[in-house]
Design a protein around this ligand. Sequence first.
Ligand code: CP
Ligand code: NVA
Length: 310
Amino acid sequence: MTGPRHFVDLWALDAATLRAILDDAHRRKAARAGWTQGRVDADAPAAGRTLAMIFEKNSTRTRFSFDAAMRQLGGASIISTGADMQLGRGETVEDTARVLSRMVDAVMLRTNEHDTVERFAGAADVPVINGLTGASHPCQIIADLMTLEAHRGPVAGKTIAWVGDGNNVCASYLHAAGKLGFRLKIASPAQYSPSGADLARAVEAGGRVELSEDPRKAVRGADCVVADTWVSMGDVDYDARMIALSPFAVDDDLMDLAGPGAMFLHCLPAHRGEEVTDEVLDGPRSLVWDAAENRIHAQKSILAWCFGAI
Ligand code: CP
Ligand code: NVA
């Protein structure tokens, strides 16, 4: 008997699964064009199912998109902060997973420690979804790639440039590169470059990855330039980051160096005037609002896969 379908990290999923999730997300989005947000998809794959969500960190997009996604799939959701639960008073992650497995059909967690999601998945009898940890943010990458594909066609063979901190979102790009066949050029300061383990995972999956400390080199020939905050939730070295990362700001001049028609992505929230200028974020090359919307469509297909409907 196989266990539940966990969506914890992209490196642990096979290429066909990631492709199937992306294809389902495109289909589901197209099928509900012009519908109101609350209308349920015709196949209602989450009918009779409930998703629990646990947040140890702030969230706007992930929280609302998963809740809206469950409604559009015909199911329901329950949201709590970790601090409000007995988890906040020391009940173990494993005991919490065992209890929630008796109450809901899937659990999404956003945690400080990646280990918390892994431990939860190890003890749960229902699918567990990583809604961001300090180490990775796999749901974001499904929405980003879906967005890029809608504008530029299949991501296989495309070049994506990551500019800035080699953080959790960057790690999930690394986990996806080989599986989905895109080239990833990363520019970050040496002290904030991606972890060796994530780079090794990318190489192991056949990813074509280039590292440098030069944003101009990274963006040349890119179909898409991606940035994120210089100070992620939980980072404590604010001043050092602002100094080291200031040469990595994405502005119109940097975007002009990328390929013709190059697009811009950012998972949001953006820090305008830091990692990206208003001109880029609000300009014609920015896909950030489409990507934010696509969080709903991507989460729905991730959930549908977890429920065995894909
Ligand atoms: N991009 C993203 O995950 O946004 P939230 O932190 O608002 O969920
Ligand atoms: N890297 C950011 C992403 C926020 C969605 C963080 O972890 O805070």
